[in-house]
Design a protein around this ligand. Structure first.
Ligand SMILES: *[C@@H]1O[C@H](CO)[C@@H](O)[C@H](O)[C@H]1NC(C)=O
Length: 354
């Protein structure tokens, strides 16, 4: 009798637990191995298989093309043989950039032009496209809306004017150019590409970005709808989701960023060249939403809605990883914010006592 009891309890608990634990470990280790092998194979594959998107001889139009990501895209696409038109507000900066882009050409025949314009104005955005079409002799085939800015700060410290400014440049600036460009493409029967620029900040939201992030969410939403709408005309729509890009603007921004935002985000980032390279890679693979770094893949995987994923296998792995990474990031950032709150309270107390 006693023996039977021991046997059942062994079966009932210890056996099940130890079996479960060992299965769990085996599966976890297997998954990690598969992921690692996959990532390595992907790198090897990308190294040997060249891009199949060919912008050679095409007219590429880039807003915000005089510096940062816009300029790097222009240079790299000039290296691939495209005609380039860049648009920005400052003529001196445009001139310098266009010299750099000209130097990157592979043939003297490639046209490199610049147009002075403020894409956050409807009129100016339309005129810039008109001018680009006149200069090159045909409308752009690939349109990149990279112009944008970031104004970090707390809700209570920002002026509503700054919310309007962010929407006007980042979101409406995108709409003005894309609307006119798609009209021109349709008129000229061009089956081109429209490439908008959102941000990782549209996939995850950190403290201090209540003006910037929503404007990039808007770009994301716009691009999502556009992808389907442009199927009507065989025009491809892509949206870029870069993280921090190491530019002058980023350095300036870091000076006015709330301390906690800076701490959470870090001063690390990718160079504009690297972001441009990854973006072109994504475009050549035909990806709709393009991220430039592994963490971006994870954020994108769990924020994709019903959009096509770039790679079913990576997607599945990233969804799995997001179960760990996302809560961990939230808990960590919440913890940091609460720490800041407690410090503020202490300081207030001190001031009161004095
Ligand atoms: C934008 O500009 C176009 C062309 O000048 C004009 O037809 C349109 O009404 C403008 N829209 C707004 C809201 O100003």
């Amino acid at each position: 009798m006693e023996e039977v009891e021991t046997f059942t309890s062994r079966i009932g608990l210890n056996y099940v637990i130890s079996n479960f634990v060992s299965t769990f470990y085996t599966v976890s280790i297997l998954l990690i191995w598969i992921s690692l092998t996959y990532l390595i194979l992907k790198k090897v594959y990308a190294y040997f298989v060249p891009s199949n998107w060919n912008p050679k001889g095409k007219h590429v139009y880039i807003t915000g093309g005089s510096q940062g990501l816009g300029k790097s895209l222009a240079i790299q696409l000039a290296k691939l043989g495209a005609d380039i038109t860049i648009v920005a507000r400052k003529i001196e900066v445009l001139r310098l950039a266009s010299d750099e882009i000209k130097a990157a050409r592979i043939s003297e025949k490639q046209k490199v032009n610049y147009v002075v314009g403020d894409v956050s104005s409807n009129e100016s955005a339309i005129n810039a496209l008109k001018e680009a079409t006149r200069l090159v002799g045909r409308c752009p085939e690939y349109v990149f809306t990279i112009a944008g800015s970031s104004i970090p700060g707390y809700l209570l410290n920002l002026d509503v004017k700054q919310y309007e400014t962010q929407m006007k440049l980042n979101y409406l600036g995108t709409v003005y150019t894309i609307k006119e460009a798609s009209r021109l493409m349709l008129e000229a029967n061009v089956k081109g590409k429209l490439i908008t620029c959102s941000s990782l900040a549209a996939l995850v939201g950190f403290i201090g970005y209540s003006a910037y992030s929503p404007s990039k969410h808007a770009v994301r939403g716009f691009s999502e709808i556009l992808r389907q709408e442009m199927l009507l005309y065989d025009i491809d729509v892509h949206c870029l989701f870069p993280g921090s890009i190491l530019t002058e603007g980023f350095n300036e921004e870091n000076k006015i960023k709330p301390k906690i935002t800076l701490e959470l985000e870090g001063t690390d980032g990718m160079t504009p060249e690297a972001v441009a390279r990854e973006s072109i890679k994504g475009l050549s693979k035909g990806e709709t939403f393009i991220v430039c770094e592994p963490l971006g893949e994870i954020f994108l995987a769990c924020g994709l809605g019903f959009l096509p994923c770039n790679n079913l296998f990576t997607h599945a792995i990233c969804i799995g990883l997001s179960w760990i990474v996302c809560p961990a990031l939230r808990l960590y950032s919440d913890f940091k914010v609460k720490q800041e709150r407690n410090q503020n309270l202490k300081q207030k107390d001190k001031l009161k006592k004095n």
